[in-house]
Design a binder for this molecule. Sequence first.
Ligand code: FES
Ligand SMILES: [Fe+2]
Length: 448
Amino acid sequence: MSADSTVDQLDDFVSLERGEIDRRIFADEELFERELDLIFGRAWNFLCHESQIPKAGDFFETPIGRDNVLTVRQRDGGIKALLNTCAHRGNAVCRAEEGNTKAFMCTYHGWTYDLAGNLVGVPNIDSYYKGELDKSKHGMRKVAQLDSYHGFVFATMDPTAPPLTEFLGAAGRMSIDLIAARNVEVLPGIQKFVIDCNWKFAVDNTFDFYHAQITHMSAMSIISGTQDGASDSGGATDSAGQDLNVPAAGSSGLEEIAVIAEYGHAIAGPTASAIASPFVDESWRERPEVQELLGPVGVRVGGHPNIFPNAWISTSGPQVSLRIPISPNKTEVWWFTFADKDATPEQRAKSLWFTNHGFGPAGLFEQEDGENWAQSTLQVHGPGSQQVPQLLSMDLARGKVIKEHDLARIEGTSNEHAQLWLYHSWVQWMKGLGWAALREATTPPDVL
Ligand code: FES
Ligand SMILES: [Fe+2]
């Protein structure tokens, strides 16, 4: 596919009218490169939480597309984000994924940078460079913009990107507030592993509450404490899942909500009251300051927010998962697990047990999901299979968008609106629109 034809076809890849997606968007190499450039190279990308780098010299590495970024706590308490590549010949200046250091020394020829990325040491500079190397011109490159919202650190490689709070908008800020309102810190140990899937399958699944009744039948049966899947919490009515009695949004009557927003951020899933269970303590929502921060819609949100493009805020846990694109067929999944700063060791252990059994490489839900994403990715490469459009037509054109409290939301029992909105927004990003035009093109309509 040539670059020209790719651009020409962008509008045809996703149909809001038919609820159809062209499968080539999960397979094409040129589109993948364009994603790295026009989506990951421009969006505000989540780097880490400030609690991970409390002391001067603490650092944590996160990719933005194919750039590896070191987020570093400075001696004055500030934060800088530096590209992990030496200004001499490009070697990585830091081989650890996180840690504490006084300086970054490149292992190739020994150039050394301070915590702010200034070049402070060059071996034999006088005799080899004869006074002609100006150290002040060869510091580590920085991200274009860096900012933190309630302790969540983001960066963009685009100097023209709008400020972080504007990019997040009301929906993105609320997504973070759903964790930040709980006075949390990240527990040590970020889980990192690879799934053989296109990153977008992992992202759109965060809004998919249709699959749980079938995909997560075995995990649900364990959670419900039975071996045959029986539970008291409602019943699946899909023919394949008849009589299984595993909870699933929509088909079991759980109340759902979908919030869609500019730039492609979205939140979808059952409301907080609908998912109340003995496994997840939701009492924090009753605190007055939390209710004030989250607002009348936010306190109801129990589902899954995704900050475009790839930061899933899992409100139970709570956790943040990054779906990092490696190739059209490979995605690195990261899990950051949070705990209340005041939690007792027992509460932390319980939280870790819950999160490790749900997500991550040992998590039941993740293994069940990952199989589907990998198989869906495999099938987009068959020339015949590739011609079958993906369907996101559930509740199509029936989703009345309610605009209030600075948010656009759809109330409903079962729908695929958030997934469709994700792909519509993906097309707009891939067109390379300017920021104002991008915002307009991703502003929710009245009906979806
Ligand atoms: S590449 Fe880093 S010192 Fe030469
Ligand atoms: Fe799932």
